[in-house]
Design a protein around this ligand. Structure first.
Ligand SMILES: [Fe+2]
Ligand SMILES: [Fe+2]
Length: 328
């Protein structure tokens, strides 16, 4: 049901319909679910006195007021692990590539945040379905893919890192494998986006430690590939591609990686792809004990100081991919 309400009565969890075309305001779409107070403030600042809300897709005016975060009791639309708006944006043929890329990046982070907070079998399944749609977008829409590669959001929250590594790795797999149907790109995408799923079983004080890890903490952290494998097995969501990626994304070409310390050709090409994207994203992200390193400098460090960690051809293809995304 559509209702007209005063803009200052808007709440997180409402599905708003702005009475303007999308070109007249700073939102990507004029219909969306409100997920933060800052969106409400932006609407009020744009001088809108009244807006419409769709109470079948979000919260009604009379519902209990919730604080800044989305309440799990608000509505079915809000409870879903995958924001409905993410699917809408991916499928919208009229959305400009740059806006689509920003929307996909933003709402994918929200999706991964939800999943890492609640990694149930149903949620993993739903997220995998949406990852397949993101993979199709990357594979078929070069322009949106290029914008996705140029978006920098590097706070190193695990959910942000998962999205960055997912996008970088799928793009690299696309560059390496082209349109070949030997590789199941949907299964690869699931492995790349979920490569760090096992971190949900690591003590969060270790994940969020504002400093370098001590030996004991590091030993715990190195268990996350195995935990990720176990979660996918227990939830019956494991496929061969995800198994390889989750277990091998920290293996290094010279055998100095973990958990097995395998080297060279013993590391599957899918593991090599994820490893390059993973290190690049770690270097270009802010951490409490280090600033972010600019992309070009990060690639120089990887080439000069870390090349023995990577498969040379995969690394060189990655450099070309980023260079071509920046140039065009
Ligand atoms: Fe990892
Ligand atoms: Fe990672």
């Amino acid at each position: 049901m559509i209702k007209t309400i005063s803009a200052n009565k808007l709440e997180v969890g409402m599905y708003v319909i702005l009475p303007l075309s999308w070109m007249s305001h700073s939102f990507i779409k004029n219909k969306f679910l409100i997920t933060s107070r800052s969106q409400i403030e932006k609407i009020i600042k744009s001088d809108l006195k009244e807006v419409n809300i769709d109470t079948s897709l979000g919260k009604d005016l009379a519902d209990k007021i919730v604080p800044d975060e989305i309440s799990p009791l608000v509505s079915n639309a809000v409870q879903k692990v995958v924001p409905e708006v993410l699917r809408e944006m991916i499928r919208d043929p009229n959305l400009a590539p740059e806006k689509k890329a920003h929307a996909v990046q933003h709402h994918s982070r929200e999706m991964m945040k939800n999943l890492l907070e609640s990694p149930s079998a149903d949620n993993i399944g739903e997220v995998m379905t949406t990852i397949s749609e993101i993979v199709d977008l990357i594979v078929t829409d070069d322009e949106t893919n290029r914008h996705l590669l140029n978006i920098t959001s590097h706070d190193f929250a695990t959910y942000t890192h998962s999205v960055n590594v997912g996008i970088l790795s799928v793009s690299l797999a696309k560059a390496l494998y082209g349109q070949s149907d030997i590789h199941d790109m949907h299964a690869l995408g699931a492995g790349f986006f979920l490569h760090d799923l096992g971190k949900v079983r690591i003590d969060q004080s270790i994940i969020n430690k504002p400093g370098k890890l001590n030996d004991r903490e590091w030993k715990d952290m190195r268990r996350h590939p195995d935990f990720g494998f176990r979660i996918l097995t227990e939830t019956n969501k494991l496929n061969e591609e995800s198994r390889i990626i989750v277990l091998q994304h920290h293996e290094m070409n010279d055998g100095s990686g973990y958990p097995l310390g395998i080297k060279g050709s013993d590391i599957h090409p899918y593991g090599r792809i994820c490893s390059v994207a993973d290190v690049y994203d770690a270097l270009t992200s802010i951490r409490p004990y280090k600033p972010k390193i600019p992309p070009f400098k990060a690639l120089r460090i990887m080439q000069k100081e870390m090349l023995h960690h990577f498969h040379r051809d995969v690394f060189e293809r990655f450099v070309l991919l980023l260079a071509s995304a920046e140039k065009t």
